[in-house]
Design a protein around this ligand. Sequence first.
Ligand code: NI
Length: 218
Amino acid sequence: MRPAPQRTAWRAVPAFPHPRSQTLFGNALVRRNSVSHPPERVRSRYRINNQSSAHFITSTIVEWLPVFTTAACCDILVRSLEYCRREKGLRVHAWVILDNHFHAIVSGLQLARTVADLKKFTAHEILGQLKLEGRDWLLNQLEFFRAAHKRESTHQVWQEGVHPQSIASDQMMLQKLEYLHNNPVKRGLVASPEHWRYSSAHEWLTGAVPAMRVDPWR
Ligand code: NI
């Protein structure tokens, strides 16, 4: 059932621009898709109800296990996002991969379905890559923590759900961009968001902040 439109007398936050309009965030042109689709059935506490709006999503490895510690594992996720963009109409507005989870701001038709497929596909690919890398401890953990109802596979890579949050305004978009791109900084891995290879920060920010200034030569 479609939720009834909220009746508010006024809004503190300006609404997202008209469906046909485009908004510039940093260097990226963000457009809201005006076509609406019925909600997808997904097994999650949260649901993507409004298929046409951009969503902030988070997907986490079971038990927060550190899977994305090699470039090959990160590249599986990047390639899969690119595939969904090319073949499934997914729009990726921002993304970041950390060792045990990733965040993205995405939009597009059939969003819930596309993201579910992406998780399923990357889980399979990641297991193959972990075997190739001989990461047996990790594989054993992914096997041990497989949910009991997941009978179709021997391992579980991703936790269920993506905790989607609909981006309701430009202000919320900027807040989520800030949060997303600052993940590696908060962990102390890089001095500035754009130093992290596996994120879209370099597309949004100009000017790097070095961890330490060096002395001039000569
Ligand atoms: Ni995070």
